[in-house]
Design a protein around this ligand. Sequence first.
Ligand SMILES: *Cc1c(COP(=O)(O)O)cnc(C)c1O
Length: 403
Amino acid sequence: MDMNNIDNATTRRIAALQARVDTMKEHNYYFYNQPIEEILDGARVRVNGRIMGMYASYSYLGLVGHPRINEAAKKAVDQWGTGTNGVRTLAGTLTLHNELEETIANFKHTEAAITYTSGYVTNLTVISTLMGRGDYVFSDKINHASIVDGCLMSGAEFRRFRHNDMEHLEGLLKNAPADVAKLVIADSVFSMDGDIIDLPKIVEISKKYNAWLMIDEAHSVGVLGKKGTGIEEHFGIGDVIDIKMGTLSKTIPSVGGYVAAKKDMINYLRHGSRAYIFSAALPPAQAAAANEAFKVILDEPWRIERLNENTKQFIDGLKGMGFDTLLTETAIVPVLCVTDERAFELTKQCQERDVFVLPVVSPAVQEGMSRLRATVTAVHEPGEIERAMDVIYEAGKRMGMVK
Ligand SMILES: *Cc1c(COP(=O)(O)O)cnc(C)c1O
């Protein structure tokens, strides 16, 4: 690499990454950053001129392109234009933002909510605002990267508990000083594995040790609970999570992130979190789209029913074929391949037959846990899912993964 001929650790890392990408491309194993040319509906896309079944989308309820949501976004552009040109604290707050935050608070059954411009930024800024040097954060080992980054940024003591292991968490809490501020954080649905946090237990333990509980609902809003309101509804327990974090970019077809919590907590974040104070507000179209999407979820419960049926068909089907789908109970379905090479090969064979899935390899997951990661949505037809599973099965069989 010729970068002014500088040879240091960073230039070597850049060269190593380039070599890894080049090798993948040589083997036709590079599937990232493929431009989608057209979204036909939530279930199908056009890529490289070919119509493919979409099994890598987080649009769990198929709301992207929903007429009511598109209409709300267009109306917002007509009324407010395309940007906010400033931070919320100064001139960036529109009535639209307040409306959205009220909608979210109602949807999540809390007193108040605050929005940010991405889920990633929400975790970063919220964790680092609430926690600081001398405090303790306790984070599940496979929590999302934005949680890990928020914990590191906070400067607090960072303790990681084994995945969904409540005994380990309790042990770590027991060992922490009694009088420090403590925060326990976990994903609701784990983004790479699709399994669900043991909410009743984590609530009980957090309370016992005077720790706040923060749950990231990126993959549970619109997915868990009969009405799709998330993990508390799934377990049939009321308002027990202190800090309910979520994104506006998955089931909600917009962009942004939020936290729903008690009024005092939200007020503190509104005046203390740097991503709110020093970064521009959500654009009007995105705020309006998100606001409408929460309402559509409540108005169209059939979507959640369909998602549940499709999820069951997909998981039961793949398991029945002999694949290891780990502990998933949701629309995120990992197909364990163990090695990177096998994950790439399985992906390649699926994509060649127009099933759009993607591989997840280290460091996104632990080494030896490389996988194909497939998702289903409410708008896939049972016949389409059947075909996708056949494609995965035939490829898996050729590769000797299943009989
Ligand atoms: C996607 C995701 C985020 C980040 O959300 P963005 O809005 O895409 O920035 C945070 N947490 C989890 C668990 C996620 O899956």
